[in-house]
Ligand binder design. Structure first.
Ligand code: IYR
Length: 224
């Protein structure tokens, strides 16, 4: 087996069954209040909240524990404007030409269009990058395994952590979003994964009246 050093699993906590149910129900009720928000307030958010949420995200499991992600956190108005301008160019192209009618009708209930004012209004844009390779100090490349799965998991924890703090998020995926590498000075070995917009929701924020599927529709239990 491995000859890596190991330590006892001291952090693990077992709870009595009633407590397990209580904790899980509380968590479910809380996460079930999460809604993707598109109307953000410009109220500032202290940076330490973002830092702690990122540290939570970085606990995600990853292929061979190589942590194949990078989070570029943007709060500066100049950079936010550049990102908004570049994203709106791609979005205009998407809504006017690239998207199929089928795609546009799937998006219709969300009421989205090519205007992305939240990219300037929200206090933080977190650009999530997936690293296909890591780089050692001497410049040698290290292959990463399951970078998409790993980065998706880390992003899920990030969204959950920000929600836990009382911040709203929007998972925004302008496509293509190579412009993020240029604007944010990220290397070619990193693929922009998504842009997470976060902050307080605007007081007038509204969300589409959409439902989550019932358990029977999205899970199956095989018990024999
Ligand atoms: N990227 C576009 C379109 C869009 C696509 C999907 I799939 C969505 O769930 C929402 C939007 C935009 O941000 O408007």
């Amino acid at each position: 087996m491995s000859n890596y050093p190991t330590i006892p699993l001291q952090q693990y906590r077992e709870y009595p069954l009633v407590e397990m149910r209580q904790r899980l129900n509380d968590f479910y009720e809380d996460i079930n209040r999460r809604r993707t928000v598109r109307d953000f307030s410009d109220r500032p958010v202290p940076r330490d909240l973002i830092e702690t949420a990122l540290k939570a995200a970085n606990t995600a499991p990853s292929g061979a524990n190589l942590q194949p992600w990078h989070f570029a956190v943007v709060s500066g108005p100049k950079t936010k404007r550049k990102i908004r301008e570049a994203a709106e160019v791609e979005e205009r192209e998407f809504y006017e030409h690239r998207a199929s009618d089928e795609w546009l009708s799937a998006l219709a209930p969300l009421g989205t269009d090519e205007h992305k004012p939240f990219l300037e209004t929200a206090p933080y844009l977190i650009a999530v990058f997936l690293q296909k390779f890591g780089e050692l100090e001497d410049g040698r490349k290290v292959k990463h395994y399951y970078p998409a799965e790993s980065t998706g998991l880390a992003t899920g924890i990030l969204i959950t952590a920000l929600h836990q703090a009382g911040l709203a998020t929007l998972t925004h995926t302008p496509s293509p979003m190579k412009f993020l590498n240029e604007i944010l000075g990220r290397p070619k070995s990193e693929r922009p994964f998504l842009l997470l917009v976060t902050g307080y929701p605007d007081e007038s924020a509204r969300v589409p009246d959409i439902q989550r599927k019932p358990l029977e529709e999205f899970a199956s239990f095989i018990e024999d």
